[in-house]
Design a binder for this molecule. Structure first.
Ligand SMILES: *[C@@H]1O[C@H](CO)[C@@H](O)[C@H](O)[C@H]1NC(C)=O
Ligand SMILES: *[C@@H]1O[C@H](CO)[C@@H](O)[C@H](O)[C@H]1NC(C)=O
Ligand SMILES: *[C@@H]1O[C@H](CO)[C@@H](O)[C@H](O)[C@H]1NC(C)=O
Ligand SMILES: *[C@@H]1O[C@H](CO)[C@@H](O)[C@H](O)[C@H]1NC(C)=O
Ligand SMILES: *[C@@H]1O[C@H](CO)[C@@H](O)[C@H](O)[C@H]1NC(C)=O
Ligand SMILES: *[C@@H]1O[C@H](CO)[C@@H](O)[C@H](O)[C@H]1NC(C)=O
Ligand SMILES: *[C@@H]1O[C@H](CO)[C@@H](O)[C@H](O)[C@H]1NC(C)=O
Ligand SMILES: *[C@@H]1O[C@H](CO)[C@@H](O)[C@H](O)[C@H]1NC(C)=O
Ligand SMILES: *[C@@H]1O[C@H](CO)[C@@H](O)[C@H](O)[C@H]1NC(C)=O
Ligand SMILES: *[C@@H]1O[C@H](CO)[C@@H](O)[C@H](O)[C@H]1NC(C)=O
Ligand SMILES: *[C@@H]1O[C@H](CO)[C@@H](O)[C@H](O)[C@H]1NC(C)=O
Ligand SMILES: *[C@@H]1O[C@H](CO)[C@@H](O)[C@H](O)[C@H]1NC(C)=O
Length: 647
């Protein structure tokens, strides 16, 4: 394979060593433990069954009472906190300030800092006063919220620069807003005051990083329930095709296997049996990029192993291994300056001990081959490696790479044969979680530039954001830069609808991998490009191929004369990108270097860089140096908060 794969793949490779070694000894597909579990699960008396999906939805996230709702009724206020005592206002003698007390209300995205340390409500109030005493010119603490449940976790106090758009909080909060003697500073008047956003729309021309804060490692919370079902019996192919060697017929000539991909929507029986898991599996997953679909924050992973941990015998058993998996944000922790909590929804499970169905559906050819030969070091993988590419208000696209992976079981040396890519149409089912349909089994082929695998950017049409018109731009990774293809929202599944930037115009001719018609003329391992409405310009963030633990960014001239309609995204190939700047220096991991680095577009709602603000969540993955089955897992998915400014 000539194409030089990124550091990401080198780490996937390392993972393949470990996982295939385990596969060869515990072989999840053939494991008797898994089959024993199936038998137990099919016994209706041993499981709790809920009659309807609606009920199932309520019990979907037993780990978090705050999911999709407000904590106010779930979590009584601790008596020591002033909400009960002070009846609406409290007076601070030191500063002669009256505060209006508020409970379980937040003012999202208006934090002066991601968070400040405070041990109590009074401490947090004191921080707000201290800020105003010291910093009475530039910005002002207009109020604060305090998260009492996080007391000894520290990150509990959020000072607010403004009080726009009060919203019910997703976690329990006690706060107060500064009440001034005159009626001019109510939230209503605050709304009419110039916001930070309009200050940003100045004529300044340099984009700088104003704030960068690492939030830490994401926590995995598998659901404790699954949909009890009889798994489809995997198709067993003739032994003549179950032989090592690249055979793209396995990809293109077989239907999608019924027991792969998140179980959802149309496939579901009218009244699925939602049952408790017998074992809540321990997960170890690689990668982890994502994006937002209609308010759900999705994280898509590559190779994912699930383990059954026996704490009595202190042993672990790998029960599942899939080439992709998915999780969703739970509780919007990054809004409060905390590491993400990720939840696995119940459409992902094959059985009650944690065997997964995988995120990207596999063809019966790929599946049958892997069952027969993965233990010997041969398998087909479908690896989603980019951030979500928005399609419309309800769907997004991913172009996962198709890989034939060969591991020499003696030396553990691995060879990845890139077999092109595929297309996944991603959506979110309210009860079953995020899922994907593999709408094209193989789009680009071996030896072609796999446009879309590195990601892409949506160009909205005249009907506006979230509608079905406009176009889709896709990045093509080469060893010397990034080529660009363009297609349409109704034509993306048909390769003949794709055109390619040739340096001057869009052409139907697919460029050679050595083409110089690049958007950027250097190699990257990860890339995101977004339109930034607050700056009327475009921003790219990327990791280079030098394994230097650094996120970089570039941007087009600010205040480009563009409107978000038509072919405005053509600016990414016609415009002049800025010099490279450092977005974030990440502390070198215990082992290897950071990879799978990307922007989680949309996390901060209206304050997000993609929606009119200048805030951004970035995520990446690194090796922990620990065993995959250990509590820390072999991988850490990490996130950081970034706020831009202009000067
Ligand atoms: C709270 O205020 C209400 C009316 O504003 C009053 O009736 C009540 O006694 C007050 N409670 C306390 C504890 O001060
Ligand atoms: C006041 O502002 C300065 C500079 O922006 C900062 O270093 C300092 O920590 C601020 N004080 C408080 C109490 O936040
Ligand atoms: C927090 O820590 C303090 C001392 O370190 C301890 O006394 C207190 O009980 C802790 N609070 C909670 C809620 O764990
Ligand atoms: C605080 O509120 C009390 C009662 O409404 C009022 O008498 C007092 O003047 C206020 N103090 C300030 C500094 O606004
Ligand atoms: C865990 O290990 C203990 C001791 O070896 C064994 O008795 C028990 O059956 C195991 N539990 C499971 C669920 O395998
Ligand atoms: C469990 O096993 C690990 C590694 O085999 C060992 O480090 C650890 O001390 C063991 N824990 C217990 C409680 O035996
Ligand atoms: C988004 O596109 C998908 C695929 O074409 C389509 O099935 C879906 O209905 C569209 N959603 C909306 C809200 O238009
Ligand atoms: C977005 O999600 C809401 C529920 O949270 C749902 O009512 C709405 O139909 C969804 N919109 C689309 C376009 O799917
Ligand atoms: C890709 O290139 C390799 C090496 O040149 C060749 O053996 C293989 O047949 C090519 N595959 C396709 C689908 O063109
Ligand atoms: C790309 O540019 C390099 C150096 O300028 C040149 O050697 C190469 O031939 C060019 N490739 C194509 C396909 O034009
Ligand atoms: C912006 O573009 C529009 C049409 O695309 C043009 O009419 C207008 O003069 C441009 N304004 C500036 C300041 O360049
Ligand atoms: C990142 O590190 C480089 C080299 O150590 C340093 O020059 C630069 O100032 C740092 N940038 C940021 C944003 O921390």
């Amino acid at each position: 394979m000539k194409h030089h794969r990124s550091g990401y793949s080198v780490l996937l490779l390392l993972f393949a060593f470990a996982s295939l070694f385990t596969l060869s000894t515990t072989s999840p597909h053939g494991s008797h433990h898994v089959h024993a579990a199936h038998n137990r699960e099919e016994n209706p008396t041993s499981t709790t069954q809920y009659p309807t999906p609606a009920k199932a939805q309520v019990s979907l996230n037993p780990v978090s009472p705050c999911f999709n709702g407000h904590c106010a009724t779930d979590t009584p206020l601790p008596e020591i906190l002033p909400c009960y005592a002070a009846n609406g206002t409290t007076f601070n003698e030191e500063s002669s300030t009256n505060y209006t007390l508020i409970c379980d209300i937040d003012f999202p995205g208006q934090n002066i800092y991601p968070f400040v340390l405070a041990g109590s409500f009074d401490d947090c109030l004191a921080q707000c006063e201290k800020y105003n005493a010291e910093n009475n010119s530039a910005s002002h603490c207009a109020g604060f919220v305090f998260a009492p449940e996080c007391v000894n976790d520290s990150d509990g106090c959020y000072l607010k620069s403004s009080l726009i758009d009060p919203l019910p909080a997703t976690i329990h909060l006690v706060g107060a807003t500064v009440a001034t003697p005159t009626p001019t500073c109510t939230p209503e008047t605050a709304k009419t005051q110039p916001s930070r956003r309009s200050e940003q729309a100045s004529t300044s021309s340099d984009l700088v990083v104003k704030e960068f804060r690492v939030l830490g490692s994401s926590t995995n919370k598998p659901t404790t329930q699954y949909v009890s079902h009889v798994p489809a019996t995997p198709q067993k192919l003739a032994s003549s095709v179950l032989v090592p060697g690249i055979n793209t017929d396995l990809i293109t000539e077989y239907p999608i296997a019924g027991d792969t991909g998140v179980w959802c929507g149309d496939d579901l029986p009218s009244s699925p049996n939602v049952a408790n898991m017998k074992v809540v599996p321990h997960m170890s997953r690689d990668g982890g990029k994502g994006g937002t679909i209609n308010g759900t924050h999705i994280f898509v992973f590559c190779d994912t192993a699930s383990y059954q941990i026996n704490t009595t015998s202190n042993t672990s058993l790998m029960v599942g291994f899939v080439s992709s998996s998915v999780a969703a944000d739970d509780g919007m922790k990054a809004l409060y300056g905390q590491p993400l909590d990720l939840v696995d929804h119940f459409g992902e499970w094959q059985d009650d001990v944690g065997r997964m169905r995988g995120f990207a559906p596999m063809t019966a050819g790929e599946e049958s081959f892997n069952i027969a030969l993965s233990g010997n070091g041969y398998r087909y993988a479908v690896w989603p490696e980019s951030s979500l590419i928005p399609l419309n208000a309800s769907h997004a696209l991913l172009y996962p790479s198709l890989v034939y992976d060969v591991v020499d079981m003696d030396t553990q040396a691995a060879v990845f044969n890139n077999l092109g890519n595929s297309i996944l149409l991603v959506s979110v089912d309210l009860a079953y979680g995020p899922g994907a349909t593999r709408v094209v089994k193989q789009l680009y082929q071996q030896n072609q530039t796999t446009f879309g695998t590195l990601g892409g950017v949506r160009s909205w049409g005249s009907s506006g954001t979230g509608a079905n018109d406009g176009s889709i731009y896709l990045f093509g990774q080469t060893d010397h830069g990034v080529l660009i293809a363009r297609t349409t929202p109704d034509g993306f599944s048909d390769l003949s609808s794709y055109t390619y930037w040739n340096g001057n115009s869009w052409s139907g001719d697919m460029p050679s991998p050595s083409s110089n018609a690049t958007m950027i003329d250097f190699a990257v391992q990860d890339l995101d490009v977004v339109y930034v409405p607050a700056l009327r310009s475009f921003l790219m963030i990327y990791l280079n191929t030098l394994a230097d633990n650094t996120f970089y960014y570039r941007y087009l001239p600010l205040d480009l004369n563009v409107t978000q309609s038509g072919y405005y995204v053509d600016n990414i190939v016609t415009g002049q990108w800025s010099e490279e700047k450092i977005l974030a220096n990440i502390t070198a991991p215990v082992e290897g270097y950071i990879y799978a680095g990307g922007m989680h577009a949309g996390y901060f709602g209206d304050d997000d860089i993609t929606n009119g603000g200048l805030k951004m969540l970035i995520t990446w993955t690194e090796h922990t140096g620990e065993d995959a089955a250990s509590p820390d897992s072999g991988y850490a998915h990490k996130s950081a908060y970034i706020e831009f400014g202009t000067e």
